[in-house]
Design a protein around this ligand. Structure first.
Ligand SMILES: [Zn+2]
Length: 198
């Protein structure tokens, strides 16, 4: 549950990141973000924790209390946006690869996926967008500490650094939440706007 995904919006309600519930709670608690409900109302930690959880299936015990799980949060300050680069995180790598093992091409649930160094660290491989791919546990084990060539395995796609948080592929991802839908349409729009800029 604490690793499940939460959408982060900037102050203009544009999606800029996907983070873990754990991190979202830390940011909410420290006032960096506010929680957004389905009616676009915002709540700080205190007012959010006052909300009744009875009507909502998703809740979690935090600081000795049952609290509703936020699925969308919005930043309270301007200085953290706009985010031009995509945070290099496990979640964003899984989103880039759409939860598909980059060796066997099969889509798995998150718990069955690992991150794999294409060129192993022992051979000088770096921990970068271009050298990390999503791999199922089985392919990871088969590959071991070898390069794909040595292991006679092929990547289905060359890993790359995404230009924007990969929201466009998100609708098919297992991390995707219904609560995000109203905001993702906005990002499609802003995504294309950015592309059209000279
Ligand atoms: Zn695989």
């Amino acid at each position: 549950m604490l690793n499940s995904a939460v959408l982060v919006l900037n102050r203009h309600y544009l999606p800029i990141d996907v983070t873990s519930l754990k991190r979202a709670f830390v940011m909410l608690y420290s006032g960096i973000v506010k929680a957004v409900d389905e009616q676009y109302r915002t709540f700080d930690f205190e007012s959010w924790s006052e909300l009744s959880v009875a009507a909502h299936a998703e809740s979690i015990g935090v600081v000795g209390k049952l609290i509703r799980v936020p699925r969308v949060v919005t930043l309270t300050t301007f200085d953290r946006m706009p985010r031009r680069t995509v945070r290099f995180s496990r979640m964003n790598i899984l989103l880039r690869d759409r939860h598909i093992c980059q060796y066997c091409g099969v889509r798995y649930s998150r718990s069955n996926l690992n991150l794999d160094h294409v060129t192993p660290r022992a051979h000088g491989g770096k921990t970068t967008w271009e050298n990390i791919v999503t791999s199922c546990l089985r392919c990871n084990r088969v590959k071991g500490g070898r390069s794909p060539e040595q292991a006679h395995m092929r990547l289905i796609r060359r890993p790359f650094r995404p230009n924007a948080v990969p929201f466009l592929g998100m609708a098919t991802s297992r991390s995707f939440r219904e609560e995000w839908k109203p905001f993702i349409n906005i990002v499609d729009f802003s995504y294309w706007n950015v592309e059209l800029e000279p």
